[in-house]
Design a protein. Structure first.
Length: 610
């Protein structure tokens, strides 16, 4: 990322900066292709951009179709603003690039505000004394950040809002936010409303504040405010320049101008279409196809990205394996590394093996990374790619529009049994959750959870993901009405052996996570804490013959009822109360009852039940 010239931070500020940082915080910016030479400079001359850049405070929308080059354009704008700032323009440039295919903090408001505060603290530390003071107090009372405690969204928003008047006393602010739509509809709306309010509420000074969002043409974000640029109305020359640059290589120097013009015209403002079709032309040329035949092929390619992706899906020959790969890339809670995906693809819900060693000895298993990469390319028909992330090779789709296509349409083609988008998503999460549990159940893992976390993760590549993500996948499947009743069978319930192995592994791998279960956690705790209605009903039906205590306490003295009440799960609370096997006023280590938790967290319906 292009950096401004910040002052040297004090020791407390430096430590606070480290607590705000996360490994992927600049990854999306750095992964975006730099603008091809001769492209994007039209933006700085655009009337709407100039009006926005010279007003006292304003909001600019750059909207465009999926794949139209919004991220590349914004990267260019950020670079230009930073260069202008470095040569005397006292403007503080802030930026965040949402990444819908990335890790959680790359696609959520929490990551957004953490990075903005990191940038603010780095460049204007005097504007955030309260943040540094809160950091020091928390370290003193709670211990190491990231291990003993975490930052939360509300406090991040508060510190950001309170810092702006102090910054604006001496400097103007220019904030660039890319791919707003990739943080989710509700989050996007809330962020827009928050920044609109900020623009209205901030005191007027001699400094300016400008905010620029890029997003798709979503009606839900068609808010009556600010300046607006429609990218596909402006980028034809950029696409033409890009295609010419691609075809300027020696091997393709003889490509007729009509081919370039056809690609540019048919792209209709979508860079991704031009990129994929240009690649197709190179492939056809290498096969010796004539130019007229190549031009006919281009004319036959649908101008719509989704139809282009549909053609790729139709050519997938190993449907079952492709389906599994696409589900993992689409619905994993974060991008998987090559090593993780290797095991995720092999140890699925129906894996017959009990030992990882048995898996490795089968003919379908490959430990060769180059073969694995070729396999991913083949199964995805080129719609997935391997990128370097935090020194690991991770797998993702080539563009957010690919993920959207598979969720909305493509997975229906690969699995004809799916009849609705909810079912597509729910079934995928079901399969991923069961694959995680099958991996956790492998004998080598059960025998090793007493070891140090670094040893565990290096020896068992999928262990971190399986440990921290199976619950999330079950929750999302349950929310979409996909039955989770067989969850108990996967855990061999009423035996708690596998569950306790998981609890032990979690405590080694992510002890500071809010979701890390305490010792003494039972399957009833899990079902109640995360609202697994189906599994809890099965447990309650079998409670007599299985001799299960549904009112047991974990290491914090919390019962299943306590967790359900605190998390607002009314249906779970009703089930537990109807069983007549729970103590309604049971107290935890802090003397808090289920009623206390419900009242403290404002779950009024549960307060009435208790």
């Amino acid at each position: 990322m292009i950096h401004q010239n910040p002052p040297e931070p004090s020791q407390p500020s430096q430590e606070c900066l480290q607590s705000l940082s996360f490994p992927e915080m600049e990854k999306r910016f750095n992964d975006i292709d730099c603008a091809a030479e001769g492209t994007c400079n039209w933006l700085l001359r655009h009337e709407k951009y100039r009006d926005w850049a010279t007003c006292d405070r304003g909001l600019l929308w750059i909207k465009g179709k999926p794949g139209s080059g919004k991220s590349t354009l914004l990267r260019y704008a950020v670079g230009d603003a930073i260069i202008a700032s470095s040569i005397g323009d006292r403007v503080l440039v802030l930026s965040f690039f949402f990444h819908g295919r990335g890790a959680e903090l790359q696609r959520t408001p929490l990551g957004f505000f953490r990075l903005l505060l990191h940038q603010l603290l780095r460049h204007v530390p005097d504007a955030l004394p309260d943040l540094v003071a809160a950091f020091q107090e928390r370290c003193k009372n709670m211990g190491e950040p990231g291990k003993k405690w975490q930052w939360h969204l509300r406090e991040m928003q508060g510190f950001f809002k309170s810092s702006l008047p102090k910054v604006l006393e001496n400097r103007s602010i220019r904030l660039f936010v890319d791919a707003l739509d990739e943080c989710g509809e509700e989050n996007a709306i809330n962020l827009v409303e928050e920044f609109k309010s900020l623009l209205q509420e901030l005191p007027f000074t001699d400094s300016q504040i400008h905010i620029c969002f890029t997003c798709r043409h979503y009606p839900i974000l068609d808010l009556d405010s600010g300046f607006e640029i429609c990218l596909e109305h402006e980028n034809r020359e950029d696409i033409s320049t890009y295609v010419k640059a691609k075809f300027s290589t020696s091997t393709a120097s003889a490509i007729p101008a009509t081919i370039r013009e056809t690609i540019t015209g048919h792209a209709s403002g979508v860079f991704m279409w031009a990129r994929l079709v240009t690649k197709r032309v190179f492939d056809l040329e290498r096969r010796g196809m004539g130019w007229k035949a190549i031009e006919a092929e281009i004319n036959a390619i649908p101008p719509d990205l989704n139809k282009l992706y549909s053609r790729a899906v139709q050519s997938m020959h190993e449907r079952s394996a492709s389906l599994k790969l696409i589900q993992w890339i689409c619905f994993a809670t974060r991008p998987l590394s090559l090593d993780e995906l290797r095991w995720a693809m092999f140890v699925d819900a129906d894996c017959p093996h009990q030992l990882l060693q048995e898996c490795q000895s089968t003919q379908d298993f490959t430990s060769d990374n180059d073969k694995m990469k070729r396999r991913i390319q083949t199964l995805s028909c080129g719609l997935a790619e391997i990128v370097l992330s935090s020194d690991k090779e991770t797998v993702q789709f080539i563009h957010q529009s690919v993920k959207d296509f598979f969720v909305e349409k493509g997975l229906f083609t690969l699995d004809s049994s799916l009849t609705s988008t909810d079912l597509v998503v729910g079934v995928a999460h079901y399969r991923l959750s069961r694959a995680c549990i099958r991996y956790l159940a492998m004998e080598e893992i059960g025998q090793s959870t007493f070891r140090f976390s670094d040893d565990l993760v290096s020896e068992f590549p999928l262990l971190h993901y399986a440990t921290t993500s199976w619950v999330s996948h079950v929750k999302q499947g349950e929310e979409r009405k996909v039955s989770q009743d067989d969850l108990l069978d996967y855990f061999a319930w009423p035996s708690e052996t596998l569950l306790q192995s998981w609890v032990q592994a979690y405590g080694k791998i992510e002890p500071s996570s809010d979701d890390c279960p305490g010792t003494g956690t039972s399957m009833v705790h899990i079902a109640s804490r995360y609202q697994f209605l189906g599994p809890l009903r099965v447990i309650l039906q079998r409670v007599k013959q299985s001799n299960v205590d549904i009112d047991s306490k974990d290491e914090w003295g919390r019962t299943p009822l306590s967790w359900a009440a605190g998390n607002g799960h009314e249906a779970i609370v009703r089930l537990l109360l109807d069983s007549d096997r729970v103590e309604i006023d049971s107290k935890d280590e802090w003397g808090r009852t289920p009623l206390w938790w419900a009242a403290a967290l404002e779950h009024d319906a549960i307060v009435k039940l208790l």
